[in-house]
Design a protein around this ligand. Structure first.
Ligand code: 4FV
Length: 248
């Protein structure tokens, strides 16, 4: 999987890519990540990347020319990305489905803004997607870019050792994850649910499915509209809502 990141803080991005699953995958060549310093694509000796906003107003806006030059260079050096993502609060909300779609692209460029944002003509000319990681304002697009790379990289075969854990991940089937426990079986007066130390793998799988479903029902019922539920899960939901109706 190939990524290209355009940023004025390459060290910050490289630091965020250096550890753990993504860091190992990059070292093993499963991920080919180009991190490009936007200032390298300026032509003035002060490497200026921002300017005052047309129409006035607070703050500065990132100039279009360096981004255009950066995209031209990426295409000539590394090929044309299938997806060019501008990270911004005005974008489509990032999700596991979005991560899967980008993972199927094979080559994704990520344009990270700072200041008030990037001149709109960059999005008009280059972006295939505008993506937001959430309804809050950050000081830059680098952290959102790292979030996207991390989520997409986990879907690249071989990046996460045990493929099952990716499939079993939260949102793998659109449900929240079941609770996790490890040794000791009792700690601070708190015991691990019996079923998990029972050795009954069928029972354990059933308990985990019920826990994932119940948590989703309690915390994110909105997810149930799109979750891929099987007949058991639909039956449990019917039982639980019938029981709740009886107790209300
Ligand atoms: C953001 C978000 C975000 C806005 C102006 C960078 C900042 C600054 N990006 N999801 N939320 N970006 O807050 O993606 O340039």
């Amino acid at each position: 999987m190939k990524f290209d990141v355009v940023t004025i803080f390459p060290a910050m991005v490289n630091a965020g890519l250096a550890e753990g699953v993504v860091g190992r995958a990059r070292d093993r060549g499963l991920l080919d990540i180009g991190v490009h310093n936007l200032r390298d694509f300026t032509t003035d000796r002060h490497h200026v990347v921002d300017d005052v906003p047309f129409g006035g107003g607070p703050g500065m806006v990132m100039k279009p020319e360096p981004f255009f030059a950066a995209m031209e260079a990426i295409i000539s050096r590394r090929g044309r990305p299938q997806a060019v993502v501008v990270l911004s609060p005005a974008g489509r909300r990032f999700s596991q489905d979005e991560a899967r779609r980008l993972a199927d692209c094979g080559h994704v460029a990520l344009l990270c803004g700072r200041y008030e944002g990037i001149d709109e003509r960059v999005r008009e000319r280059w972006a295939t997607d505008e993506v937001s990681i959430g309804d809050y304002v950050l000081s830059g697009g680098e952290l959102p870019g790292l979030v996207v790379i991390d989520a997409v990289a986990r879907l690249v075969p071989g990046v996460v050792g045990d493929e099952q854990s990716v499939e079993g991940d939260s949102f793998g089937r659109g449900l929240l994850d079941y609770p996790h426990y490890t040794r000791p079986a009792e700690y601070a007066g708190l015991r691990v649910p019996e079923v998990l130390t029972s050795g009954h793998h069928g029972e354990i799988r059933r308990w985990r499915r019920q826990q994932a479903l119940r948590r989703t029902l309690e915390r994110r019922p909105d997810l149930l509209d799109t979750a891929a539920l099987d007949e058991d899960e639909r039956e449990w939901l019917r039982e639980w809502s019938a029981r709740r109706a009886r107790t209300e």
